[in-house]
Structures are given as C-alpha cells and as structure tokens.
Design a protein around this ligand. Structure first.
Ligand code: NDP
Length: 414
C-alpha cells in the first residue's frame, strides 16, 4: 500500500535563547487553557496553582460544566471564561457576576478565546470539537501545548502547515510524544532507526478475545495506570489510542510510517524508545502522571517542578515489554491501515471512532464492534471517494461530518 504522507519535522528547533518559556520571559507566561475542566485542563491548572507567579491566566473554556469553569476562572484570576454550550451561559454569567471576569458562550466564542493574546495555549478540548479552537490558537504564532491529538490525527498536514505559516511553537503533551520530543531533541533525522511508543495494554491486556468482546463500559473505563477522560480511556482499552498516537507521531517527527511502532509495556514507566542506526536506544521514563509532560510543554526548554511521585526503579524492580496483539485488539490494525492509506483516512478513522466510542458507552454496541464499525466506515468512505487529499480545515470538517453520517447509518445495523 502506498504511503502518501510526507516526512515533516516541525517541532521547535530554535536555539535556546530564541525560545519562549515560562522560565525565560521576564513577565509571567500568559496562558489560556481550552478544555480547562477536563483531565488535562485540571492537571495544567494544578501545576499553575503551585507557581502562580509564573503564569497569568487569560482564557479558560469548557463545554457544559459552567459551575466548575466559573470556580476555576475565579481561583486563577482568568480574564475570560467561555462555555461551549450556550444554554449554560446564564449559569456562567451569574457565577462570575461582580468578579470582573468576562463570560461568553458558543462555538464561535471558544475560537475567539483561543485568539486572545497569549504566550501559550493549552489545547485540551476532547475530540474533533477541538479542531477550530486549536487551529485558531495555532494562527496566533505563540506556543501551542497540544493535548488535542485529533488536530494531528484528522488534520495533520493542514495543521502542521498552519503552525509553519504562523511560526507558532508546537509542543506535544501526549506522554509518548513528549517523551519522543525529549529523546529526539537535536537528533539527525537520518540517524533515527525507529520510534517506538509504549502502550500500557489497558485493562484487557491479558483477557481472551471472547472476554474482551463481552466487556462492559465500566470494565473498559478502569484504566490500570492512568487517570484520564472517558473517551481516551476507552481508546486505551481498545488500543485505538495507540493507533491515533502513531498517526500523531508521524506528523510530529521526521520519520516515515515504517519507522514508527508500538510495544506493550504494562508498567507505563517508559513512554517512548528511540533507536538509532548505531544500535543505541534512548528512552524517557517517568511515573504515569500527565503533569510531567504538561510541565515539559509549559516550561521547555527549561524544567519546572511537578508534584509527581519520584521514579524508584529498585522498588519497581521489573519493567516488561510484549508485542501488541492485533487479533484481540483489532482497532490498532485498523488505525495503522488508515495511517498507511493517508489522505483523509485518519480523519474518517477519528470521526467514526468518536461515534463508535459513544455508542459503546451508551451500550448500543459491544466492545469489539468499535473497531468493526470504524473499519466499515473507512470502507464506505473509500467507496464514496471521500478519502482524498485535503488542503484546508473546511475540507477536513466536511469529511469528518460525512464519516459521522456513514458510521451512524451503519450503527443501525448493529
Ligand atoms: P476530558 O473529557 O477529561 O475533558 C475534555 C474537556 O473538553 C473538558 O473541559 C470539556 O468540557 C471540554 N469539551 C468537551 N466537549 C467539548 C466540545 N464539544 N467543545 C468544547 N469543549 C469540549 O478529556 P481529557 O482531558 O482526557 O482529554 C483532552 C484531550 O487531550 C483529548 O484530545 C485527549 O485525547 C488528549 N489527551 C488526554 C490525556 C489524558 O491523560 N487525559 C493524555 C493524552 C492526550 P466539560 O467539562 O464542560 O464537558
């Protein structure tokens, strides 16, 4: 199968003195957090609360949790709070009355929040809903700390082109990509033999295929190592998350798809391994706590403190690795195929997976139906000619919409 994507490399490479970071600018870093009430958003604000003098909070956003958003905005002295769901606006406005914090609502206001002047935007909205606001943040030319993996999965070429156009600085927040970023820093692309992302294997790592097929949402939501939002937790259980991350890595790092791989590592201590042509393998290790990669993204090229557990290898004693099993975890195979297909296939993959995960959580389909529904949607999109080159965000959003229609149609057959 042809590999249609190119080999970009757009991570910050500027000399140290040219980079902006919380440690280098004399004034506090102006920071906006999109998706402030979520798992990544609250971890980011937890770090901020430990060194408040380093940050000035500009805008915070959420979708429907107006009460929590208002509380965060007040606690961190934000200038603006935006709620996506317009029906929650009154609740937000009332909670912020007499605080001097501006309140706004709606999808357009989320994008405007991302355009408020800031040194760094933490892009942590879940799903394709984060595309427009994150693109807006990228157009600003400041730092984009990217947790919203959907930007790279669905719109990789278009997004990295937008980053290049504005001169923005893209810092990955996903732990494996943060690890690769740290390990690869300054590496000659020609010297890289392989980038291997680790996967915990999720709660079903040792389950039989039959048991996985019968898994309930409650069982899938019990991640053994990481505490995350519901969507990514289900993706971790199916290994779709690792497939999405391979696509993400393809757009972040200067290697072809053949040089990207993943390995199951149940302890989640090693986050990525980079092997070089001379046989050296460099790895990044840290306890499984997202505050480490978030701190890297905020402070790079400096380091800032994070209140995480210290790594104690003697106590851990054993780190193990095993090959992923695509027979029991077909989502990984489907995602890899979409990555190799290129063009808009990853956008279809992502949209269909969002529909499928929601259907699984709503108990409309079984766990293994997630991968089946995504694969069927990819096939249908290919037949309709919807897997093609995309040149802008509107193209991507049209394909995303079509994929949701196709997968919802197929859902009725389950
Ligand atoms: P959560 O579900 O915990 O939080 C999502 C945030 O986005 C919330 O603030 C939520 O607001 C907001 N939101 C939800 N839907 C919309 C919408 N339609 N429009 C605007 N805002 C919306 O997600 P996570 O923090 O787990 O994940 C965020 C992103 O980071 C995802 O792309 C995920 O893949 C990625 N990521 C997460 C990791 C983790 O450890 N959690 C690790 C690596 C990557 P509200 O609370 O009001 O619903």
């Amino acid at each position: 199968m042809a590999v249609t994507a190119s080999v970009p490399h757009r991570l910050p490479e500027a000399p140290r003195e040219a980079r902006r970071s919380a440690g280098e600018i004399s004034r506090p870093m102006r920071l906006s957090v999109l998706g402030a009430t979520g798992s990544i958003g609250t971890s980011t604000l937890d770090l901020v609360s430990r060194t408040p003098e380093r940050f000035e909070i500009v805008a915070l956003t959420a979708q429907s949790n107006a009460k929590e958003l208002a509380a965060l905005a007040i606690r961190h002295g934000a200038k603006l709070a935006v709620i996506g769901d317009e029906s929650r606006f009154d609740e937000l406005r009332d909670a912020l009355a007499k605080t001097g914090i501006r309140a706004a609502a709606g999808a357009g206001a989320l994008t405007e929040a991302a355009l408020e002047p800031a040194d760094c935007v933490m892009a942590a909205i879940v799903g394709a809903a984060g595309l427009r606001p994150t693109f807006a943040a990228a157009s600003q030319g400041g730092r984009v700390a990217l947790a919203n993996k959907e930007c790279l999965v669905s719109a990789g070429h278009v997004f990295t082109a937008a980053i290049a156009r504005s001169g923005a600085e893209l810092l990955p927040v996903d732990s494996e990509h943060s690890a690769a970023f740290q390990v690869l820093s300054g590496a000659d692309p020609q010297a890289i033999d392989k980038i291997v992302l680790t996967a915990s294997g999720g709660p079903f790592r040792s389950w039989t295929r039959d048991a996985i097929a019968a898994a309930t949402p409650e069982q899938a939501l019990k991640h053994p190592n990481w505490s995350m939002g519901a969507k990514i937790t289900i993706d971790s259980a199916s290994l779709m998350n690792k497939g999405l991350e391979l696509i993400e890595a393809f757009h972040l790092f200067p290697v072809s798809v053949e040089k990207l791989d993943c390995i199951v590592h149940p302890q989640s201590i090693v986050h990525c391994l980079v092997s070089y042509v001379d046989g050296s393998v460099l790895a990044q290790m840290a306890p499984p706590d997202m505050r480490t990669p978030i701190a890297v993204a905020l402070a790079w090229p400096d380091r800032m403190g994070a209140p995480t557990e210290k790594l104690d290898l003697a106590r851990l004693a054993t780190l193990t690795f095993e090959a992923p099993d695509e027979e029991r975890f077909p989502a990984l195979r489907v995602a890899r195929a979409a990555m190799r297909r290129g063009d808009t296939a990853p956008a279809v993959l992502n949209a269909a997976n969002e529909v499928a995960v929601k259907a699984f959580l709503d108990r409309r389909i079984k766990f293994l139906d997630i991968a089946a529904l995504v694969e069927e949607t990819l096939e249908a999109a290919e037949r309709q000619g919807a897997i093609c080159a995309a040149t802008n965000l509107d193209d991507i959003l049209s394909v995303d919409e079509l994929a949701r229609i196709l997968s919802n149609e197929k859902l009725s057959g389950y």
